[in-house]
Write a protein that binds this ligand. Structure first.
Ligand code: UDP
Ligand code: MN
Length: 296
């Protein structure tokens, strides 16, 4: 009798133990099960290749910090950062390393005609050599086994990007377009849509541009850069025509795909960081403690 009882108790313990084991197993492997039931969508998400030219200036780290921290929230994102400099800087290198983003760091110095300065006035092309270098790198990458299908988005370092714009551009078959806030002297510059197609544009700055769209207002299916190996930006075109220059190789107006709810929503803004004015230490009566060793 005594022995029999013990046997039952042992069986109960064994059953309980097994139950605990099964529950623990299920609990531990939850992500794997989720993966099978609802496939991890990031595995099927087109990659977004963001191409950002950048140059050294006082607000550079602030601008790049803000942008990189937006990008950290974007799935399947590959950041191609091209410094407009003869060599790569520690500032950008460290910022990229610390970001945990997937990135490619390149550099090429814009060769500027003597006596010209293009910062801010937009009269001469900026970012042309940098974006072209990124496209060359991308073509090689796409042909390699690591290359994944996706879209190319030209992202200036001081713009403002809502996360929604990244969801939109993954739908692109050829070229997607959307409104851009605060650009070209307008609250919003945008394609006009009739029956789901681009029928014209609301643009007042150089409205005769073939594609009166800001760099932030479109993205291109990456495979088109393999289909059109000659597609690139040009130093020869007048200011405001870079977007039209690249787009003319890959798409016609009729083929443009209006996104952001038929171009009725603003998910990207052409914000510009004001050039900071710093008081020269020489003008101060009381000398400051030196701060040159601090990266700003
Ligand atoms: N840029 C650059 N070299 C320059 C000027 C600009 O690489 O000499 C980059 C800049 O960092 C930005 C993009 O090119 O990512 C567009 O420049 P900017 O934002 O000054 O243009 P804007 O706001 O006037 O359109
Ligand atoms: Mn800008």
């Amino acid at each position: 009798m005594h022995l029999f009882n013990l046997k039952i108790i042992k069986k109960q313990y064994l059953a309980l133990g097994m139950l605990v084991f099964v529950v623990l197993f299920l609990f531990n492997s939850k992500p794997a099960f989720q993966c099978q039931l609802t496939p991890d969508s990031s595995a099927y998400l087109p990659t977004i290749y963001g191409i950002t030219p950048t140059y050294a200036r006082l607000a550079q780290k602030a601008d790049l910090t803000r942008l990189s921290q937006t990008l950290m929230l974007v799935k399947n994102f590959h950041w191609i950062v091209i410094e407009d400099s003869a060599s790569k800087t520690k500032l950008v290198e460290n910022l990229l390393k610390e970001s945990n983003l997937k990135y490619t760091h390149l550099n090429v110095k814009t060769d500027k005609p003597k006596g010209s300065s293009n910062h801010g006035n937009g009269s001469t092309a900026s970012g042309v050599e940098q974006r072209n270098m990124a496209l060359d790198w991308l073509r090689g990458h796409l042909r390699s086994p690591e290359g994944t299908p996706g879209v190319v988005f030209f992202m200036d370092d001081d713009n403002t990007y809502a996360l929604k714009i990244f969801d939109e551009m993954r739908k692109i078959k050829r070229v997607g377009v959307w409104p851009v806030g605060i650009v070209g002297g307008m609250r919003v510059e945008m394609p006009l849509v009739t029956d789901g197609k681009v029928s014209g544009y609301n643009a007042v700055w150089k409205p005769y541009r073939p594609f009166p769209i800001d760099m932030a207002g479109f993205a291109i299916n990456a495979t088109l850069f393999l289909d059109f190996p000659e597609a690139k930006f040009s130093r020869k075109v007048q200011s405001g025509f870079q977007e039209s220059e690249i787009l003319k190789y890959v798409v016609t107006q009729q083929e443009l795909e209006p996104l952001a709810e038929n171009c009725t929503k603003v998910y990207v803004w052409h914000t510009r960081t004001q050039k900071p004015s710093i008081i020269s230490p020489k003008k101060l009566k009381k000398p400051l403690v030196p701060d040159n060793h601090i990266e700003v």
